[in-house]
Design a protein around this ligand. Structure first.
Ligand code: GDP
Ligand code: MG
Length: 399
């Protein structure tokens, strides 16, 4: 992805507009603060876990590891959003069982090329100690031979396990490796009396039942990941275009489905996606006090070129979108080539950019909902494009 040619900005306007953000009015277009807020994320467990992790990898404490694993010869760790939800669920499970969390995400590209370790060294090599391997997800096309050596549980069996098991005993090997796309941190884990007791004792507030549903994603993401300079630069270029003249930004994510990636699966139909743009217009009208001087910009992320073309044709004035063809992280391209670095950058760029928009119009699915989580959005700052319901009495103030 070359920075200069990445994005199409339709005609720039020089109107003076001030931005409205999730936290309230802002006077500049500076980066949204996505850092895990101490109010939502808690503030003590992070340093305690950092110390524990350090002690384990420095051999000063019993070797106990929990590894998120995506390096299977047959691929198929699912999409980016699915991976993030599985990974983050395992991260919390590692904290609650006093294990050092490692990420071994090598397919189709090593994650550490695109997101780097922040508070803990999750790239530490998997120790050559007694190991058990868990395959926690539904089987899609894997053969018996592929799964040799893996303890297989489908998604509903994982939920049952996570609801009732005492994992301090269940995980009894020095190295427990898991490949998973199950978002149990937001569901089954909440029912587990042992895990929830530990979460309370350790004051891991994003896991408390009354915490914001997707904040657990934002708090974990912020703890684990640093955005490296190459991706930061790409984000900054887009941000500048979006925030020019202190405008405010609506992020729109339209996920048509895997049809464009050669699979028979439709999420949002080609006749329904224009509703997302109508929804963004409604958000502007009802939530932001726009007048002739004020204008919003839209950041469009989508899996479809058709949607991008439509947006450029109908909303050239306000839409900014990546020019490249979106790729599915886990499905082969038409030419059967593995996904390129640019393709991966495009996925991360779209996801992180969506996260920092002031309001989100999203699709059902994990790509959208993890962006809601990473951006620490509440129910007041996102809606689903087709339903487009929100409380229009709660106007967002602009100055
Ligand atoms: N670049 C880009 N890729 C996307 C976008 N939406 C979906 N994709 C691709 O489609 C895949 C969708 O999988 P996933 O993130 O699991 O979302 P879900 O299947 O909708 O739950 C992602 O991994 C991306 O490769 C988007 O807005 N931009
Ligand atoms: Mg998926």
């Amino acid at each position: 992805m070359t920075n200069a040619s990445l994005f199409t900005v339709a005609n720039k306007t020089n109107k003076t507009v001030e931005s409205v953000t999730k936290e309230g009015p802002q006077t500049t277009w500076q980066t949204q603060n996505l850092d895990g807020s101490p109010d939502v994320c808690g503030k003590e467990w992070q340093s305690r876990y950092r110390a524990l992790h350090q002690e384990i990898i420095n051999n000063k404490r019993e070797a106990k590891f929990l590894v998120y694993f995506c390096d299977l010869p047959f691929g198929a760790c699912f999409g980016y959003g699915d991976r993030i939800r599985g990974l983050i669920s395992l991260f919390y499970l590692a904290i609650l069982t006093d294990r050092a969390f490692l990420i071994h995400w090598k397919v189709p590209k090593p994650l550490e090329r695109f997101l780097t370790p922040k508070n803990i060294n999750w790239t530490f090599p998997i120790p050559l100690l007694e190991t058990r391997k868990h395959f926690w997800r539904n089987i899609y096309g894997q053969t018996k031979k592929d799964l040799d050596g893996w303890l297989v549980r489908n998604a509903s069996a994982v939920s049952s396990l996570v609801k009732k098991e005492n994992f301090s005993f269940y995980f009894d090997k020095p190295v427990e490796i898991v490949t998973s796309n199950v978002y149990f941190a937001a569901s089954a884990m909440q029912w587990n009396k042992y895990l929830m007791q530990r979460a309370r004792d350790m004051e891991i507030s994003p896991l408390f039942p009354d915490s914001r549903r997707h904040a657990k994603i934002g708090c974990a993401f912020d703890f684990l990941f640093e955005i490296p300079p190459r991706l930061q630069n790409a984000l900054q270029i887009t941000r500048k275009k979006l925030r020019e003249n202190s405008t405010f930004v609506i992020g729109i994510h339209i996920r048509l489905g895997d049809k464009q990636f050669g699979r028979n699966n439709t999420r949002v139909s080609e006749s329904d996606f224009p509703k997302y743009f109508l929804c963004a217009e409604k958000v502007e009208r009802k939530l932001f006090n726009l007048d002739g001087r004020k204008q919003a910009r839209w950041f469009l992320a989508t899996d479809s070129l058709l949607v991008k073309d439509y947006a450029r044709k109908h909303f050239a004035e306000k839409v900014i979108t990546d020019e490249n063809k979106p790729v599915h992280i886990d499905l082969p391209n038409e030419d059967k080539k593995p996904i390129s670095d640019e393709g991966m950058m495009g996925i991360l760029h779209d996801h992180l950019m969506l996260a920092e928009c002031d309001f989100l119009v999203v699709s059902p699915g994990s790509f959208s909902l993890t962006a809601v989580g990473v951006g620490m959005h509440s129910s007041k700052t996102h809606t689903f494009g087709e339903k487009c319901s929100f409380d229009s009495k709660k106007k967002m103030r602009s100055r």
